[in-house]
Design a binder for this molecule. Structure first.
Ligand code: PA5
Length: 445
């Protein structure tokens, strides 16, 4: 198994798991048979084995075209429409990907836009790209999301000014609903190549669709290996034996600790490339769990960096949290601590030691310290950081998230709470149709 879940430091009795086996089996069945709550959004469950082959071939072709025709790809999207590809590209490329020479990168630089409402961000990015060859992949399932629509308005104009309306057709790629929404309408009008986000797959579960695949393929990542990882997850995590199924173990571990009164789960990584996996995971669990006053608040920290900022709170603060640590077992580099003959900083005791080995001791030291401080720890072991393993890890988290939502008694596939801020923002921006709310909110400010 390329992913394992180590429960040795979780401080959970076997009986606490076994008491839940009945509920686990029901949740798994409802998910896999697509009969549970939110069943209209369960297309992701078997997508790694049932994806549209024709569209997949088009994704590869478009990725090649992007690689051949541009220095920089701008991916426009927010939430589930960007976090997956950002996470995978960050995990599987150099931390300095965009700064590397093209000969090393063998793919365009990748920038993200539309994931915030910052004029400064857009202004700086457009300025940076003004003399470069640029392609755009705009991604929005609804096709109406304000953040991405604003960014796309700028980039559509930028591309049209640079390459003309006809040239823009070769440089703008749209990923959206099959037939609905403003973006689909615009793509049809302008003749842009379109990729589909299936009706039955929600944003945060869409990484195996064109939402994730087109940007990651354009960045030079092997999407066949990534999909093979997703397929392996789909197959392995159907194993009904809890003790052989790390995905079931993770789902029940969260549920046991939640029911013991823990309110925060902290995802920990020890590799800077995994930072955005933490961001993607936060969205997945935050939007799926947080309903009806229920759910674990998902937080993410990046060690050893954050041991120097958040370590104190984790060690000695209120005992309302537990940690889930993602560890990559394989060495990431052969770099060793150099010997220095003056040894002024007294570091020669590490000379010749692999830096990843030092990082491993930091992990083990923090693990034991936090466990001694009363913080349960679960450890996800990934044997390597590659496209296959990341593809499998995505499935691991998605499936555990679905099961977890069912155990919690919520619909893990909707996000009604996100609408509240949007309504207020539209009213405060005087969007037509919101007049009554505008008047009410303006009185309160
Ligand atoms: O998971 C979700 O559904 C959300 O995070 C969406 O992905 C996000 O709000 C962006 O929506 P859209 O793709 O419609 O622009």
């Amino acid at each position: 198994m390329s992913i394992q879940f180590d429960l040795s430091y979780a401080n959970i009795n076997t009986s606490e798991f076994e008491n839940r086996f009945g509920q686990l089996a029901l949740a798994n069945k409802a998910l896999m048979a697509k009969t549970g709550v939110g069943k209209d959004f369960l297309g992701w469950v078997d997508y790694p084995v049932n994806y549209d082959q024709e569209e997949y071939a088009r994704i590869k072709k478009a990725a090649k075209k992007i690689q051949e025709s541009c220095d920089a790809l701008v991916v426009i999207g927010i939430g589930g429409s960007y976090l997956g590809s950002k996470a995978i590209i960050s995990a599987l490329t150099s931390p300095f990907f965009n700064e590397e020479p093209r000969s090393k990168r063998k793919a365009p630089k990748v920038y993200f836009a539309g994931q915030n409402i910052s004029g400064k961000y857009l202004e700086n990015l457009l300025e940076l790209l003004k003399d470069q060859e640029v392609c755009v992949n705009v991604i929005s399932k609804s096709g109406t999301t304000t953040e991405s629509a604003i960014a796309f308005r700028f980039f559509k104009d930028f591309i049209e000014k640079k390459y003309g309306k006809v040239g823009a057709k070769d440089r703008i790629f749209v990923t959206t609903d099959r037939s609905r929404g403003a973006l689909k309408f615009m793509a049809n009008e302008e003749g842009y190549e379109c990729f589909v986000i299936p009706d039955d797959i929600g944003g945060r579960y869409s990484v195996y669709t064109a939402v994730g695949l087109l940007p990651i393929a354009a960045a030079g990542i092997d999407i066949d290996a990534f999909m093979a990882g997703g397929k392996a997850g789909y197959e392995e995590y159907q194993n009904p034996n809890f003790y052989e199924n790390p995905c079931f173990q993770y789902a029940l571990y969260r549920n046991v600790l939640y029911n013991r009164g823990k309110s925060i789960e902290i995802l920990v990584d020890y590799d800077p490339g995994m930072e955005y996996i933490g961001e993607w995971w936060k969205q997945l669990y935050g939007e799926s769990d947080g309903k009806d006053g229920k759910g674990l608040f998902p937080a993410a920290v990046h060690f050893s960096t954050d041991l120097h900022s958040m370590g104190q709170m984790i060690q000695d603060g209120p005992k309302n949290h537990f940690e889930t640590v993602v560890v990559i077992d394989d060495e990431q580099s052969s770099f060793e601590v150099p010997y220095n003959k003056t040894d002024l900083e007294g570091l020669n005791y590490l000379a010749g030691r692999n830096i990843d080995g030092v990082n491993e001791k930091a992990y083990m030291g923090a693990l034991l310290a936090h466990v001694d401080g009363g913080i349960p720890n679960g450890i996800i072991h990934l044997d390597k950081l590659d496209a296959f393993n990341i593809g499998m890890l995505i499935y691991f988290f998605e499936k555990a998230c679905g099961i977890n939502g069912y155990l919690l008694g919520v619909n893990p596939f909707d996000q009604p709470g996100v609408e509240a801020y949007k309504k207020n923002m539209f009213a405060l921006l005087h969007k037509p149709g919101y007049e009554a709310l505008t008047a009410e909110l303006e009185k309160r400010l």
